[in-house]
Design a protein around this ligand. Sequence first.
Ligand code: CUA
Length: 332
Amino acid sequence: MRETFPLFPQQASTLAPRVDALYFYLIAVTIFFSLLIALSILYFAIKYRRRSESELPRGVEGSLKLEIAWSVIPLLITFSFFIWGASIFFAMNRPPSDAIEISVVAKQWMWKFQHADGQREINELHVPIGQAVKLTMASEDVIHSFYVPAFRMKRDVLPGKVATYWFEPTRRGRYHLFCAEYCGTKHSGMIGWVEVMDPVDFQSWLAGGTGSESLASAGAKLFVQHACNTCHRPDSLARGPNLEGLFGKKVQLQDGRTIVADESYIRESIVMPNAKTVAGFQPIMPTFQGLISEEGLLQLVAYVKSLSKAAPSPEGVAPPVQNSPPRSEAKK
Ligand code: CUA
């Protein structure tokens, strides 16, 4: 019966049962109070109905106890929504540190994926079961929204920003992927599948790829190609901040603010370098808006991230520093 008329999509991620449990709790509370109020209205309407034309109602004294009760009890109940909801919200927004990373570029009207080792796919995403997957998502044109009902995940992908999200699949199978934000004529066709595989099958699927280069090494090439390394360097000729070990760290800005160097900040610093100038540097970096594709930007972000992971620098490309500061595993 459930298979023929499914009321709910399958629960295929670690977060799905948690989201559903909260949802059912909200429904239960709603049903309870709807009945309580409706039945009370009915009961009081009958009990205190006017019995004769001349009847005058008695005056009603207030009751402090009652008023406190109907204020405090609903307060506690709504707090339970908030605390439960916030705990799921935090879990959704904190990818585990062992998550594999996949970059996603949305455009009218397709989803483009690139795995960390370079394997690309369109409208289809292969992931291993039981492994957290972190998505780094950007849009080439308008607002799209990455939506996989079976994972209970939906995240808007806005142009000019990097959105991150994660999930950990718990069931094998193929799950529908939608775009959940109206994005033009073929919005309804901007769909695909997420295929959850056994880790062994996933490895052989990855190995059967076209052997394109990894995200970070593609980013490293762009870094040299656009001569970023002429300014972002460790020696006295450096005119831009040192990028090694930067990702996930706090950065002091010219205007006194402090921000965390995350994906969005790194992307923004490439296309709008003067939006948040780092303290101690001149706002002299030219913009690369329009010069680097959205995919290229995500590759550069992956490269900057790789400089904080104690990963060996991609072959043939010198890292921007030699004397590295203490490396950090710091993650957002
Ligand atoms: Cu993309 Cu709707």
